[in-house]
Structure formats: C-alpha cells, structure tokens
Design a protein around this ligand. Sequence first.
Ligand code: PMV
Length: 328
Amino acid sequence: MEAKATAYSNIALVKYWGKRDEKLILPTNPSLSMTVDAIFTTTSVRFDESLTADTFTLDGELAGADATRRVTAALDHVRAVAGTRAAAVVDSVNSGPTAAGLASSASGFAALATAGAAALGLELDDTQLSILARRGSGSASRSIHGGFVEWQMGVEADGRDSHGIQVADEHHWDVVMIAACVDAGAKDVSSRDGMRRTVDTSPYYQGWLDTVEDDLANVRRGIQERDFELLGTAAESNALKMHATTLAASPPFTYWLPASLEIMQTVRELRASGTEAYFTMDAGPHVVVLCQPDDAALVNARLGELAGVTQTFVSHPGPRAHVTRTAE
Ligand code: PMV
C-alpha cells in the first residue's frame, strides 16, 4: 500500500498551449518536450483505509487546501482504476530548481501517478500511466518517458489516445538545456488560467494553431537527424508564437520580465558571435537556453554574468519516471 517514485520534469520544444477539454485535460495541439535530468520530484504515497482524507506534504511542509485538492483529484483517477477509496499520505520533495519556480507540475504529477499506481499494486503500461499523469497536469503526461517525448493530442472524446510517446531515448542525443532563473517578483498568471484566457480571447490563437504542426515536424526531424540548428530555430520560434498569443488576449498579459528579455538578447548575441544557442520559455519569466555540450560552459558563464539572472541549472536529457521503493 506504499510506494515511492521519482519523475523528471520536461521542457517543451513545441508547447502545449490550450485545452479542448478542461476536465479531461485534452490539448488543442500536440507538443514535444525533452525530459531533463536536473529537475525532478520524488514522491511517496501510502494508502491507509483508516484515514478520512488525503494529506499532502511538499518540501517538508503541509500543503494548503488548493494544492491538496489537486493532489486528491489526481489520486482519485488512480483510485478509480484500482477500485479503492482509501485515502493517502503523500510526501513530495522537489529538487532545488523547482523551488526556484521551474516546471514542477510535470515532474510532480508524473511522480504522483507513478507512485500512486505502484502503491495500489496496479500494473499499468506507459500509456495508462501517461494518461493518469495527464489528468493531474497536462505536461506531466510527457514526464512518464525519458529523452524526447511527444504528447499526441488524440481525437477520442474520452482522451484514451491523448498521451506521451517517446520520440528518442535519453541516449540518442545530448542536447543541453540551461535554465536561467530570474527574480519572479509578483504572482504569475498560472498556465491553466493563461491558456484558458488566450484560447477564449486572443485573435492570435488561430495563428498559433495554424503553425504548430510545421513546428512539430521540424522539431521532430531536428531530433531524429540530430540537426541542432533546425531544432533550435523551430523551438525558439514556437515559444515566441506562444508568448505572442498572450499579448493579444483580453485582458492582455505577458510572462516576460525585463530580465527575460535581457537573456533572450544575450542568446541572440551569442548566436551572432558564432555560438549556437536558442531559447524557449514556459508560462513564467525564466528562460531556458538550448546549446550543445561543447558550448555549455561558455553559455552558462555568460548567463551567470547577467544582473537579472539569479541562478542557472544545467540539464541533459533525463530518464523516465520510475518506482524506487514499494512496501506493504
Ligand atoms: O501542464 P501545465 O498545466 O503546467 O502546462 C504547461 C504549459 C507550458 O509549460 C507553457 C507548455 C508546455 O508544453 O509545457
């Protein structure tokens, strides 16, 4: 009735940006990410028939009502598969970078689904696990796999074909992702609220949808052929288009801070001076810079020198989510 699992976060090269079904968390477009080895969550789940409600501890502190509700909702899907109503004690620890505000929902909900299923003795395949992770947070569907992972949007109304599939494993190609963290300041618009507002109100949203398949084809080919320029160009352009949709939303919003722009400009300067580097950004002000292993030290040093950068984290392609312990 107890299991512990570790899952690694992922950074999208083609973003998931918009839901066609809010309840089932079904996306309006396919996405493709790299699982990253430096950002991860370790979660233990213990089911106990005598408990009346789930408890959720995050980084050593009892979590608030909202976070606990999300964990309960995600665990309910695991409980439904197992046919149990037992409540659980959930204990999650994020690696350093997530505390800095980097993509913790992907690793968090992938670890929760993996540990929860193992604790209940469910023997699920990756498709089933990815679907369970997706119900917690869309991007978590990709963190079940290691390496480079596509989230097929699927066409079925019940979401049974909307899950992650591996495009290439973590040994295929050493792409380096350097997360440059900035001082986040005021509270962000969550990815959930941001994508909803954009889908509902941004006249640029259709433009996003119209070009995402081409970006996906280029990113996929860049990975298969280990063509860094093709990968980086398509990923950077895709991120800029996603962020452009927010500027035209009503009310408008942006995740960019002055420091984010400073990092983007530095990446362009690096490129102009012959170092191949590209950037991407999720629903927050931090910037993730893509480069090749031989350039990683130089790129990391340049980013670290910027006044607006608080810390950097260097990641390589990471492994799949996995169970580290089970007990009765
Ligand atoms: O899974 P969520 O709800 O945290 O959404 C993630 C959305 C982006 O990070 C902006 C893009 C992505 O594909 O990860």
